[in-house]
Design a protein around this ligand. Structure first.
Ligand code: SF4
Length: 250
């Protein structure tokens, strides 16, 4: 099959001036479809594989080029989701076009898929990977995501590390579920010697997505979870600080 600018990407939505998914001002494309069903997902309407809107790579590229003057030194394009790497094959020609224009590219992923399309996309055309660390234990990972094998995330991180290319880790901090000293210590121990991690982003849990779950007729199972206190956030950061040079609380 020929991969070209006519290749289709299945898009959930687009944010022209995003500031939350990577450095600087970014054109963020949320792709439709994800195999996980994280209990805290903010965009549960991106999970279904069906739905979304087809865009050609060329159409998306043209939109990005209009936004390019706003990217400045650090901005660029982030593809998020859903899980963007389910469409890795179609992202290759898109990122090739962007790199030919000198545009910074980022992928926001749960790190489940590492096939040859993914490695080609990441190793050659993706400047930054934003990798979600869901949980440090298998039991916790299964509870939070509905899928087995938390090791896939670590294999993914190991692959990125081997390529020497940049990544940020993202960790949703939920009191009693992911915000436990032993889990934070385990994360620090596992990642402390990685050289490609530029930043750890702590994402404090909040319930902003709950109404979307209700709109889908899905039960929101984290109803009893609460937000972190300011002290809990600072304590978590302090525990992680010896292992990560750069930590932000977003
Ligand atoms: S991996 Fe991301 S998009 Fe998929 S269910 Fe989890 S939070 Fe939602």
């Amino acid at each position: 099959m020929t991969i070209s600018a006519d290749t289709i990407l299945n898009v959930h939505s687009i944010e022209s001036f995003g500031t939350h998914d990577g450095p600087g001002i970014r054109f963020v494309i949320f792709l439709q479809g994800c195999k996980l069903k994280c209990l805290y997902c903010h965009n549960p309407d991106t999970i279904a594989m069906e739905g979304g809107e087809p865009y050609t790579v060329k159409a998306l590229f043209d939109m990005v080029m209009k936004a390019k003057p706003y990217f400045g030194k650090h901005g660029g394009v982030t593809v998020s989701g859903g899980e963007p790497l389910l469409q890795a094959k179609a992202l290759i020609p898109f990122f090739k076009l962007l790199k030919a224009e000198g545009i910074h590219t980022a992928i926001d992923t749960n790190g489940r898929i590492l096939n040859h399309f993914v490695t080609e996309l990441l190793d050659h055309y993706t400047d930054l990977v934003l990798l979600d660390i869901k949980h440090m234990t298998e039991e916790g990972y299964q509870y939070l995501t509905g899928m087995k094998n938390h090791q896939t995330t670590f294999n993914f991180a190991q692959h990125r590390e081997k390529t020497g290319k940049a990544m940020w880790l993202r960790y949703v901090l939920i009191p009693g579920l992911t915000n436990k000293p032993e889990l934070l210590q385990a994360m620090g121990t596992y990642f402390k010697d990685f050289t490609t991690i530029e930043k750890l982003e702590i994402l404090p849990y909040h319930k902003l997505g709950v109404h979307k779950w209700e709109a889908l007729g899905w039960e929101y199972q984290l109803k009893d979870a609460r937000e972190n206190t300011a002290t809990e956030l600072l304590e978590a950061k302090a525990l992680l600080q010896p292992s990560f040079e750069n930590i932000s609380i977003n």
